[in-house]
Design a protein around this ligand. Structure first.
Ligand code: AGP
Length: 613
């Protein structure tokens, strides 16, 4: 998704801007650009392709201005091209803007501005913004220091959709304006300098102090100050937040790729997720939750709503909530939930899971649930992210920054967090025997060591990946909770290796898809639930008979000669087994992608944070 960086200070802006963009590369983009204000003009330099291409633009190294804006674009309106790359200027060249999000009514605004004599030189929705600001700026007869702020605010009132906008003006060389609505943006505070970014890691090496700008707020940045206003232009007080992540926590730490680093970080990430939530003697504890027995008993349904991997974590969570709390739980894809008029009322509890906390569909689904009177609880990895600011309650996975597009440690820490949440609810509700919950808590505490153990199979998984990386199709099969892991394993494989794969409930195979099984195809079986292993083996036998190669993830003793490769993982309570059994599947997808020579961290067509619908 698009990324934004900005700088106003005393240093040369361009290297800071380009450096920031490089750190946002993981979000996915197709073009990049910067705009620097110097000598009474705004120099815009941009191009299609990688951020590093900017260094080839004539004159970029000579830019000496100390205020600038920058952007990586992921095309929504108009093809990836130099013309469509940001920044965009207004017709007179007075204002330059970078923008994340989508302006839904840009056609109407274009028409409005065209009728007023403005011209457009790109296919983007963004280009209306600097021209609207120009229009309102010159409509304003009062030439005081708030004129630019008023013009931006008036322009924003005309915009429908989502946006994070940075604007500079050659008439105001010591000022930058930023606005946010439904699109991420943070402001980093330094000494006599201020930074802007869509994401904290991009500017973490410059400062650890951040302001979190809320929806419909405008910030005016000078070198010394940051002032916040609401959309009535009344001043808003903001607290400076200190972020404890180190800049190096967002680096690769010697691993070849972020994804591999993040896979190996899982034992630690899980420890962080558990934190002090599972005290040795006493019930589960969440600092930010205060659910009563009365309220929890009144819930008639829990919805878990999320996208992609986060939704797969929700499927595992459903199982836990139903088994431990005896509350009917439904999992929904956020982009479906938001348009299908779900039955929700004040007796519904809605959980929204999002690593980034910025996924547009998940945020919209949350707003819908709130509007229908449900209580909302956000599960996120990013403190202060949009979803956590919208929800009634928020709890964090504390897994540390996840940079690779393919989510790994976020998944395992989300599942761990929902497990603790389900135990917490069950303790309050007294819906499950004390001894069972006590054992389960011990099992949760044992997870870091078990995941560590599962990582030891890396080499054998790599060996098997070398045998099958050229294949075109694969199947992932499992029953019960293993089927939810099959979905996640299949998604991981698709997104980073571009191999088509399908995940199926093992018992469903013979109702159609087995027709696709032929000699040479690889079938990945996840067989961890002792009650269902025999049944799943029978299904796997059916594909072996039809010539499939088999790759089995199990915690049971299985005959080695029956399958092409068995990866043994430690045994754990079946409710928690996805946290361990997913690890070999992550490594499998990783090694296949590496064998194919692909960009593991930045797969084609994908973005880390999907901030548009
Ligand atoms: C995971 O590997 C994917 N890249 C994707 O499915 C992701 O989980 C999804 O877009 C949701 O993101 P979120 O957790 O940040 O909301």
């Amino acid at each position: 998704m698009c990324g934004i960086v900005g700088y106003i200070g005393t240093q040369k802006a361009s290297p800071i801007l380009i450096n920031g963009l490089l750190r946002l590369e993981y979000r996915g983009y197709d073009s990049a650009g910067i705009g620097v204000l110097e000598n009474g003009a705004i120099s815009v330099m941009k191009d299609k392709g990688r951020v590093n291409n900017l260094y080839n633009i004539d004159g970029i190294n000579d830019l000496s201005g100390t205020i600038g804006i920058a952007h990586t674009r992921w095309a929504t309106h108009g093809v990836p091209s130099k013309e469509n790359a940001h920044p965009h200027k207004d017709n007179s060249g007075e204002f330059a803007v970078v923008h994340n999000g989508i302006i839904e009514n840009y056609n109407d605004l274009r028409k409005f501005l065209t009728d007023k004599g403005y011209n457009f030189y790109s296919q983007t929705d963004t280009e209306v913004i600097p021209n609207l600001v120009h229009y309102y700026y010159h409509q304003d007869e009062k030439d005081d220091e708030q004129r630019l702020l008023r013009a931006v605010n008036n322009a924003c009132k005309d915009l429908k959709g989502s946006y994070a906008i940075e604007l500079i003006s050659k008439e105001h060389p010591d000022m930058m304006i930023v606005v946010r609505k439904d699109s991420p943006l943070v402001i980093g505070k330094g000494y006599k300098e201020n930074y802007i970014s869509s994401d904290i890691p991009a500017i973490l090496s410059f400062t650890k102090d951040f302001y979190l700008i809320d929806d419909n707020e405008i910030a005016v940045l000078t070198r010394e100050n940051v002032e916040f206003y609401n959309d009535n232009l009344e001043k808003v007080d903001k607290k400076l937040e200190s972020i404890e992540w180190s800049a190096t926590a967002a680096e690769k730490d010697g691993y070849e790729d972020y994804m591999l680093k993040e896979i190996y970080e899982q034992p630690n990430a899980i420890r962080e997720t558990i934190g002090s939530r599972l005290p040795e003697d006493g019930p589960c504890y969440f600092e930010d939750l205060d659910f009563s027995k009365e309220y929890l008993s009144s819930i008639n349904k829990i919805y878990i709503v999320a996208c992609g991997t986060a939704m797969h974590a929700g499927l595992v969570g459903k199982n836990m909530l139903e088994k431990l709390c005896k509350i009917n739980t439904e999992v929904d894809i956020a982009s479906e939930f938001r348009y299908r008029d779900p039955i929700i009322n004040e007796k519904t509890l809605c959980l929204f899971i999002s690593q980034s906390g910025e996924t547009a569909d998940t945020i919209a689904a949350l707003k819908l649930a709130k509007s229908k009177g449900a209580k909302t609880l956000a599960i996120s990895n990013v403190i202060g992210s949009s979803i956590t600011r919208e929800a009634d309650y928020s709890i964090y996975t504390h897994a540390g920054p996840e940079i690779a597009v393919a989510s790994t440690k976020a998944y395992t820490s989300q599942v761990v967090l929902i497990a603790i949440l389900a135990i917490y609810f069950a303790e309050i509700l007294e819906s499950e025997h004390y001894a069972i919950l006590k054992d389960l808590k011990q099992e949760v505490l044992s997870l870091p060591a078990k995941v560590e153990n599962a990582l030891k199979s890396n080499k054998r998984i790599q060996d098997f990946a070398r045998k099958v990386y050229n294949e075109k199709d694969m199947f992932f099969l499992g029953r019960g909770v293993d089927q939810t892991v099959a979905l996640e394993g299949s998604l991981k494989l698709k997104e980073i290796s571009y191999i088509h794969s399908e995940a199926y409930a093992a018992g469903e195979l013979k109702h159609g898809p087995i027709a696709l099984v032929e000699k040479g195809i690889t079938v990945v079986g996840i067989l961890t639930d002792p009650k269902l292993v025999e049944k799943s083996i029978s299904n796997i036998q059916e594909v072996i008979t039809r010539g499939a190669k088999t790759f089995i993830i199990t915690n049971q003793e299985l005959p080695a000669d029956k399958f092409d490769m068995i990866i043994k993982v430690p045994e754990v309570n079946p409710l928690l087994s996805p946290i361990v059994s997913v690890v070999p599947l992550q490594l499998f997808a990783y090694h296949i992608s590496k064998e194919k020579g692909l960009d593991v961290d930045k797969p084609r067509n994908l973005a880390k944070s999907v901030t548009v619908e």
